[in-house]
Write a protein that binds this ligand. Sequence first.
Ligand SMILES: NC(=O)c1ccc[n+]([C@@H]2O[C@H](COP(=O)([O-])OP(=O)(O)OC[C@H]3O[C@@H](n4cnc5c(N)ncnc54)[C@H](O)[C@@H]3O)[C@@H](O)[C@H]2O)c1
Length: 336
Amino acid sequence: MKKLTIGVVGAGIYGNYHIHTYCCDKNVERVVFCDLNEERRIATADKYQITGYKTVKEMIAQEQLDAISIATPDPYHFEPAKDAMEAGIKYLFIEKPLATSVKECEELIALAEKHGVKISVDFHKRWDPAYNAIRDEIKKDEDTFIRGYMALDDIIDVPRKWFTWTDKSSPAWFLGVHCYDLIRYITGSEVEKVYAVGNKEVLKKEGYQTYDNIQAILTMKDGSNWTVENNWILPVTFPKSNDGQLVVVTEKKYFKNESYRGVKSFTDKKESIPNYIFMNFTQDSASGFGLEPMQEFVADILSERPFRTSIYDGLQATRIAQAVHDSCESGKVVYL
Ligand SMILES: NC(=O)c1ccc[n+]([C@@H]2O[C@H](COP(=O)([O-])OP(=O)(O)OC[C@H]3O[C@@H](n4cnc5c(N)ncnc54)[C@H](O)[C@@H]3O)[C@@H](O)[C@H]2O)c1
C-alpha cells in the first residue's frame, strides 16, 4: 500500500505533536517540516532526525509532498494554506481556528474549490470518547435539546509564556472555537444568534491587548441555548494547564462531564492531573484522542474517505468566534 510524505508547517508546541504523530504512523513514509524560526528548526530537526526547511514554498519545492499539516499561530494559518493549495497540494490538515476572519475562511474555501483540495480542521473534541458517548446517547431518542453549558479555560502561563502571538488571539479564538464546534457537532444545529461579554483586566495590566475572559450565549436554530465560557487566566497553581466542563440538558436527559479524567498525581514537587486519554508519547508511539485527528487524516487520505471535520466546519466556528467578538465590542446581539 502507498505511504504518504507529509510536510508540517510550524514546529512549535503543537507542530511538534503533529511531527511526532506522523513519525510514528506506519502509513507515513517521510515527515519533513518548515519553521521560520532558526532555533526551533534546528532543535526539531535534531530531535526527530528529519529535514527542516525555512519556508513552506521551499519545502514544497524540494519535496514530493502528499499532504501538508499546518500548526502556525492562530492568525497565520491563511498564508501557508494558500501557498500549499496554489502549489498543487491536495490534502491539508489545519489547526483550529481555520483562520481568524470569515473573509480569510471564505478565500480558503474558494481556493480549495478551485484547486480541488480537501481540508480537515483540528477540532479534536470530536474525537473525545466522553463527548461522543453523550452525543450517541442523545441521538438514540432524537431528544430535543434545551440548554447546554461548556467551559474551557487555560492557566495564565498559556497566554503569558507559551505564545509570542497572544495579542493576535483571544480565549474565543484559542479555546472558544473548540466549544462552538463541539456544540454544532452534538446538536447537529447551527448558531442563529450570539450575545457575548468579555473582560480585559488581568492581562492588560501585564501589557497584553486581549481578553482575559469571554462568556457567550449561543442560541441555536433548534431553539436550544448554550452558555460558553473561556478564560485564560486560571492561576498557575491549578494542577493542569487547562480545565473544562460540559453540561447538556435535553427534553429527557441530563449529562455532565468534567475534564478531570481519573488520575491525580502528587509528588514532592507538585500536584498534577495528567490527561492520559488525551495524549501519550513514547519515542515510537503516539496515542490519545488529541492525536487521532492526525492519524485519521492519514488513514482517510489513503482510503479516500471524507474527513470527519471539513473546511465548512472551520468556517462556521470562525463565523461564531467573530460574532462573539463583535458582540463583546458592540454590546449587542449578533445574528449569524
Ligand atoms: N488542537 C488543539 O487543541 C490545539 C492546542 C494547542 C494549540 N493549537 C493550535 O496550534 C497552532 C500552533 O500553536 P503553538 O502553541 O504550537 O504555537 P507556537 O508559537 O508554539 O508555534 C508556532 C510555530 O510556527 C512558526 N511559524 C509561524 N509562521 C510560520 C510560517 N509562515 N511558516 C513556517 N513556520 C511558521 C513559528 O516560528 C513557531 O515556531 C495554533 O493555531 C494553536 O491554536 C491547537
